[in-house]
Design a protein around this ligand. Sequence first.
Ligand SMILES: [Zn+2]
Length: 383
Amino acid sequence: MIQCNICSEQLSNPVFISPGKSITSLCEILPGKTEVYFCGNCGHVQTLALENIESYYDTDYKILIDSEEEDQLYQVIGDKKIFRFDHQVNMLLEKLKLPSGASILDFGCAKATTLKKLLTVRNDLDAYVFDVSKMYIPFWDKFIPKQNQATYTTPAEWNGKFDFIQSFFVMEHVAKPNEMLDQVHSLLKTGGQIYFIVPNVSTNIADFVVADHVNHFSRCSLLHLFSSVGFTDVSIDDQSHNGAFIVYARKSASSTGVRCNSAEVGFYSAKVKDMANFWNTLSQKIISFENENKYISTAAIYGSGFYGTFISTCLRDFDKVKYFVDNNPFRQGKELLGKPVVSPADPGNDVEIVYVGLNPNFAKRTIEALSEWKSRNYKYCFL
Ligand SMILES: [Zn+2]
């Protein structure tokens, strides 16, 4: 029997089972299906955990590890590209008042790039790093003293030490978020603050089927989690980071028991059914489009991230795809599933069909805004 990761309610039937193979957040294709469950008690959505989850994060999960500078494109405004780590620093500085000399721990930090960028504008901060892998130590050694680093477990002398603990895109991977938050709670000083970001599946529907995201939080499940563990002044912001929640809260002595009302959970339950339906019909939509255009022999996929990978798992004839197109310079020149990743500025006159592997909320706008593509007569498949 499966239990809710947040409130321990027993969960019976999955709301979604993937029709094909599973895809991870790093766009690896894994055998086996992705099963998604909904908790009608606290409004949480969760995915059956990968087997061997500890060793996966210790040795296999290599996010943006190719170089120091590698980053994800967050947003393009006009000609200006904004990258995710910069946006995270700007938001943190806007939302938290960090006193001079405050201690701050980056929990589950990977390369700790956000912290590194934060320190370039706030070098007065006393910074620490922690992760469940040793593979990021060479990155940490460049800017964090050895005694401020920890792997696998945090040292006892760190308990009650920190003014702030930040954590970016970690808790969605954690099979026991209560335990992680308990640990954060004991590491903070009384009155200290946690600040973290997790995906918001309501505004980034890809998150629903990501195989290694065991948690898909809602406003209700976040509130339930934070108030149970002993945090107060819980602020849940779904506006300041596209497709994600920014959550910050203050350590308190006891749990507050704040909950959503059942009407809000019920409303969300209907939304979850829509999301399941979206993914159930999507692969069919891609297959139908492919069938209707079976006499066209060349195609490209716009987007070399999750949506692009999903499209590739649906296509019957992936050989027709010549390349992936991506506007992120860190992706260009690489390969995905054996195909090159090229820039939208490349000529592109050797393909007729473009499958658009972008978040459907802004896919059309993104394609319309590509100045180089205004005169191109591609046949598009939008999700
Ligand atoms: Zn629950």
